[in-house]
Write a protein that binds this ligand. Sequence first.
Ligand code: HAM
Length: 415
Amino acid sequence: MTMIQRPRGTRDFVPDDMERRRSYENILRKEAVKFGFREVATPIFEESELFVLKSGPNILNEIYAFKDKGDRDIALRPELTAPVMRMVVNELSNEPKPLKLFYFGQCFRYERPQSGRYREFFQFGAELVGTANPESDAEVIALASSMIKALGLKDYKLRIGHIGILRQRIVSAGVPEGNIPEVLQKLDKKLYDEAEALLLTHKVSKQTCRDIFELTETVGGTDVLEKVNDSSAAYLKEVVGLLEAMGVSAEIDMGVVRGLDYYTGMVFEAEAPALGAEKQICGGGSYSLTELFGGEKVFSTGFAIGFDRILLAMEKEGMEFKRTPIDVYVIPVSESTRTQSFAIVSKLREENISADIDLMGRKMAKAMKHASTVGARYAVIVGEKELAEDSVTIRDMVSGDQKTVKIKDIAKTIH
Ligand code: HAM
């Protein structure tokens, strides 16, 4: 019989993985709540059109789309910003602004799998809906930064740019609106030769091409903004000033372009250099999408952390995660104490003590070995002689000390 493998670019998560993932996911959730954001969830699949409208060429090439039995065009979500904005239009349009929403869930992109790049991956993201001003941008970047810090990642960099400035330059150079995404796509990947070839087809002069590339190479402290001849430079300076007040340090990088097409203003990314090629652990910026989904135009700003990638980066930094040990492992010494042992394990669980019991009929020595395998802190040994006196033996699995305790006192002793 052939063994069935999981689809390419997907992963299984065994208990050790899941415990680690849940624990980090909860750290992120706590951080978002601390900033006043509230969790939402949307379907894993949506009508394809939702993503076609404004995702840009990168995403569209990578989308998992299919027809369902009712001949509808369906796509697995490649990201959650468009679904969340659709939900805002459908469900939350009358709520007071700003809305502060966060989400955690899987996304699907048909990409060439490699380390840190999967076809099914998880994003933890946040969207602040209702304004686009330096305050809301700073709030969202500060949340991203706090989340990364809370996870304990040390080596990462935050870079902030402004896609509006770059777009404006390209439009002024004479490139039609509809052709901007493909130019930005090349600039995002720093493929200057290919970008130039595209710009030349729109009769942009070589000098203007060079000016555009120079803008995307503008990197440094807020002083580099002096060179950027655009009113939005002052806006970015304000964002960075607010971030400084919140203790967040970030670099200006006018080359932050982003792979998605809906951004209009501030854009930002966080990268962890240890990851090599797929080092982007977080990306976001300000945008407006609601008007495309039948709502009023509402400016928003948000980001998503690549959950799998940030965990990889933490691993690369040597952060270890230890399995949570179980408190107690109960071992019936003989068949005659088995029923009582189940009564004991059940009582312990009622007392909020995590407790497991031998289910394999193992003999004492083997059962004890299994207790250490599952990382039990204590073994409760239920022997005939002790049971006759309403007692059991408790063994400290670390020190090896043992003592006899009345059954009614087990929970107290463990606590
Ligand atoms: P994005 O940059 O396409 O932005 O994705 C966000 C993050 O998801 C990336 O920085 C990366 O860490 C992770 N990621 C993307 N593709 C993969 C993959 N194939 N495998 C593993 N991780 C991946 C967005 O999706 C926007 N919706 C973010 C946003 C929210 N902008 C505004 N609000």
